[in-house]
Design a protein around this ligand. Structure first.
Ligand code: BV8
Ligand code: ZN
Length: 244
């Protein structure tokens, strides 16, 4: 992995590109203190994913699933965007066409100021009624367990896409369009394991984009991208925006 030339080439590509798409995963928020999913401090390590982030788990034990999300809401409520999030806000300002696809549910991109955004796995600060489908923002920390809908008293669930659930078709369509139209796809802090996001690098490559990855480690995406830069997002991403 040629780190130095990699950075210079990605810098030049970003400086000249009119259409830029970015895909982020939990690695971009790791530098804000939000635990990742599969890393050493990973969330899944202390919890069993199949017992929590699935519709079956919620049907079986909604209180347990809400306890987990309450724990994450309390944790995330104390975290702020880092230099990588803010560098992407600057990139959005510079590019003629910009779209950010995030797998993160922590809401740090909109707080940092990103506007052109798809939160394809949902947002931990949104709740959805299991009866009438109403979606609301709810920032209560903690949220009372087994929260009820303000409109119909139905049981609320996190407005988050669980394993085995389909993504919102509008989010998927918007993401596909941004992946097909971009000259540069920048992938930051994702292990490239979860589909459909894990297929986005190949999709953009097939559509003719220059694809770069920023990650501490190599990932399945590393075989697909043009340049894989090894490093911390909060250091590398701002550096990519420094004019040569
Ligand atoms: C779907 C919400 C159609 C929960 C999440 C069998 C049965 C059923 C489904 C499947 C199946 N096989 C495959 C599937 C599809 C499944 C899937 O992909 N499973 C995987 C595990 C194989 N996908 C789905 O179910 C999706 N839906 O496909 O619908 C369908 C429908 C029915 C049946 C089949 C298909 C839904 C996926 C969404 C799941 N929900 N989250 C919650 O968050 O509470 S996914 C979860 O993982 C998070 O959202 C997270 O965003 C996502 C991806 O993880 P990463 O963000 O990549 O985080 P990770 O920790 O893994 O990696 C962090 C990376 O950052 C690492 O590489 C690390 O090196 C790096 N890093 C760390 N620090 C830094 C850093 N990099 C830079 N700087 C740093 N400082
Ligand atoms: Zn309702």
């Amino acid at each position: 992995m040629q780190r130095s030339t990699g950075i210079e080439e990605v810098k030049a590509r970003l400086a000249s590109a009119r259409a830029v798409t970015v895909l982020t995963g939990s690695g971009i928020s790791a530098d804000s203190g939000v635990p990742t999913f599969r890393g050493a401090d990973g969330l899944w390590r202390s919890f069993r994913a199949e017992d929590l982030a699935t519709p079956e788990a919620f049907a079986r034990d909604p209180r347990l699933v809400w306890e987990w999300y309450n724990w994450r809401r309390e944790l995330i409520a104390t975290k702020s965007p880092n230099a990588a999030h803010y560098a992407l806000v600057e990139l959005e300002r510079r590019a003629d066409h910009f779209w950010l696809i995030t797998q993160n549910v922590d809401g740090l991109h909109p707080i940092a100021g990103t506007r052109q955004l798809s939160e394809i796995h949902g947002n931990i600060w949104k709740v959805r009624c299991t009866q009438c489908g109403k979606v609301e923002t709810n920032r209560a920390v903690p949220i009372p367990l087994l929260p009820q809908c303000s409109a119909c008293n139905g049981l609320l669930r996190p407005h988050i896409v669980w394993f085995g659930e389909s993504l919102d078709p509008a989010d998927l369509d918007r993401s596909m369009a941004a992946l097909r139209a971009c000259e540069v796809l920048l992938i930051i802090g994702t292990s490239g394991i979860v589909y459909p996001a894990a297929a986005f690098a190949a999709l953009a490559k097939q559509a003719g984009a220059f694809v770069a990855e920023v990650n501490l480690d190599s990932t399945p995406n590393s075989q697909v991208v043009d340049v894989a830069i090894q490093g911390r997002a909060k250091e590398i991403v701002p550096e990519l925006l420094q004019t040569p």
